[in-house]
Ligand binder design. Structure first.
Ligand SMILES: [Ca+2]
Ligand SMILES: [Ca+2]
Length: 122
């Protein structure tokens, strides 16, 4: 009999860019790096979204997930609006290769999505 470990640890976003209050260029891509290998099929435009803050309209963008770096990059189709606050979300629909859903706050009950905001240059 061999032994094996079952992965029951939920993945989370370990790095998100751009983030914070310093205005960023309107051509900047939005990226999320995960804490572990993800199921690429679950990293898509439904689970990684970009909207203007306060809006539900998703910004059109190309999405690529690189398994080697565990990094997903959203490349907006058009320049982002000037002087505008945007919100990025990675939902709990994103799963690791073992099928565990994203849980950004392991110490809090249930699964929590990852959200972050940034503002473009005016
Ligand atoms: Ca895991
Ligand atoms: Ca949790």
């Amino acid at each position: 009999m061999g032994s094996f470990e079952v992965d029951t640890t939920a993945p989370r976003v370990s790095a998100a860019t751009p983030i914070g209050t310093t205005p960023i260029g309107r051509g900047t891509n939005v990226a999320a790096t995960f804490s572990e290998a993800m199921d690429a099929a679950t990293i898509n435009r439904t689970t990684f979204e970009l909207t203007k803050a306060g809006s539900t309209k998703t910004v059109g963008a190309a999405l690529a997930y690189d398994a080697a770096s565990r990094k997903a990059v959203l490349d907006p189709n058009n320049s982002l609006a000037a002087g505008t606050r945007y919100k990025a979300v990675v939902t709990t629909g994103a799963e690791d290769v073992a099928g565990n859903a994203l849980d950004q706050k392991p110490t809090k009950a249930g699964n929590q999505q990852k959200t972050w905001t940034f503002t473009t240059k005016g």
